[in-house]
Design a protein around this ligand. Structure first.
Ligand code: C2O
Ligand code: CU
Length: 485
């Protein structure tokens, strides 16, 4: 339980908005139903939370589900309209165990929204939690008022319409909570789902489609012995979940699959391999690469996406292939269970990247933890996130280079809202193969610098940029820009 002293100390870390929420929740005591987040306020004091034992599950005993696709409530000539409640729910993550979670529509991996380039999507979100929430479309080029800015929340019991123009090219995006100081815990407890943009221009490539186009969310969690999720230090999150299940198997046909990998963990670097077998990368955060790139290892940090084609037709029926992480070990297993026809292709060329106009502005961004008033806070350029401050003012239409530095002896990453960027280089080294394509999130290993270039072409208003280790952004490692005319 939180006592008053700890609550005050927490206030120093969290700032006033979260304090109001915490005091509300805290003082409500027995009069409120015990929502899944209540038990966990202590854990926001991550350093003080003991890492309890996790439940052990035998590997490859549960089947990997594919998140269901959300059906529109209504489809109009120019748009599809959806409804999704933000609600607590009990979900089965570990076999036979009900785990309290925060969900979109009752699903731990929210339903997939399938959008198309050039066709609008509107989503009504109703907030059935007892605290504010909101929704950010990660990787989306959307107006500021629909971006899910941390201070722009849906109050409990209220609803909100988000309007997405989908003017960008096809890409694997995702939606997740972004409410101020609570994003880390909210996303950890399940407020995440896929948002896929299909693109007519990709059709002629004949990449695998339909049931052979599979979104896969990789993340981690810590469970206590009763199967409840513990929101504590990231080091305690030793259970990996693939589409919400621990080390699942996935039966596949002996043919090509398009797999859309997302690192949905709040604070994790996955280094993926398929036991030395080939995964052919076709896309990163912002959509297709110019050409396929054969890989045997992929690095994927929190919020990054990587699309690969695996041709299971190269293996006899009966083959089992394990997707593993270099440190966590096996994540899931693909079981080749049947033969199947395959008229999909993996062309030699995919799509050229959009032009990159010359940059006229350069900026420096420094990420690190520091002390403010005796507590450790996340900082960008020496300041913890202050929603009343505009850190950078950006002229619409401008192309800029941002030199982003991790000042800490441990990893961060860096995410910008509104735009996708090109990674130019890493200090004196060239960009890595993991930096390829148009990115919106990029890895920042300990004490390194990365230069990224972006054009701010679309919308006006305030957008945040931050470390996407959400435990860090929730502690203030975030800042905001205002795009002005
Ligand atoms: Cu994926 Cu600011 O977020
Ligand atoms: Cu960080």
């Amino acid at each position: 339980m939180l006592n008053r002293r700890r609550l005050l100390a927490l206030g120093g870390v969290l700032g006033s908005a979260a304090m109001v929420q915490l005091s509300r929740t805290f003082s409500a005591g027995a009069t409120e139903p015990a929502g899944p987040h209540h038990s966990d306020l202590d854990a926001m004091l991550a350093a003080e939370a003991p890492a309890g034992p996790s439940v052990a599950v035998d590997p490859f005993t549960v089947r990997m589900p594919v998140p269901s696709e959300l059906r529109p409530v209504v489809s109009l000539r120019d748009r599809d309209i959806y409804h999704l409640p933000i609600q607590p729910a009990n979900v089965e993550l570990l076999p036979g165990v009900q785990t309290p979670a925060l969900t979109y529509g009752g699903r731990f991996v929210g339903p997939t929204i399938r959008a198309s380039t050039g066709r609008r999507v509107q989503v009504y979100y109703s907030n059935r939690l007892d605290m504010p929430a909101n929704v950010h479309l990660h990787g989306g080029h959307v107006p500021a008022s629909h971006d899910g800015h941390p201070m722009d929340v849906i109050e409990p019991g209220a609803w909100r319409l988000y309007d997405y123009p989908n003017t960008q090219q096809g890409a694997t995006l995702w939606y997740h909570d972004h409410s101020h100081h609570m994003e880390a815990e909210h996303v950890y407890r399940g407020l995440h789902g896929f948002y896929l943009i299909d693109d007519e221009d990709e059709r002629h490539l004949r990449l695998p489609r339909g049931e052979y186009d599979v979104p896969i969310m990789l993340r981690d969690a810590q469970f206590d012995t009763a199967g409840a999720m513990v929101f504590g230090p990231a080091s305690g999150r030793t259970t990996t979940l693939v589409n919400g299940r621990p080390q699942p198997y996935f039966p596949v046909a002996a043919r090509k699959y398009r797999l859309r990998l997302l690192n949905g963990a709040s604070q994790r670097v996955f280094r993926l391999n398929l036991g030395g077998q080939e995964l052919v990368q076709i896309a990163s955060d912002g959509g297709l690469l110019p050409a396929p790139v054969p890989r045997t290892e992929l690095t994927l940090t929190s919020a990054e996406r990587c699309e690969v084609v695996i041709d299971f037709g190269r293996y006899p029926v009966g083959t089992q292939l394990v997707l593993a992480d270099a440190t966590a070990g096996p994540l899931m297993r693909f079981d080749v269970v049947r033969r199947a026809g395959d008229n999909s292709r993996l062309p030699d060329e995919l799509r050229p990247l959009p032009a990159l106009p010359a940059a006229t502005v350069e900026r420096d961004v420094l990420l690190n933890f520091g002390l403010a008033g005796g507590v450790t806070v996340g900082m960008i350029n020496g300041r913890t996130y202050d929603p009343t401050v505009t850190d950078f003012q950006v002229q619409r239409g401008t192309t800029e280079i941002w030199r982003v530095t991790n000042g800490d002896p441990f990893p961060h990453n860096f995410h910008m809202h509104l735009v996708q960027f090109q990674v130019l280089d890493r200090g004196t080294s060239p960009a890595t193969v993991d930096d390829a394509g148009r990115k919106d999130t990029v890895f920042l290993p300990a004490r390194t610098t990365v230069r990224v270039q972006a054009t701010f072409g679309d919308h006006l208003g305030k957008y945040v940029y931050h470390c996407h280790f959400l435990d860090h952004s929730a502690r203030g490692m975030m800042a905001q820009m205002e795009v002005v005319a």
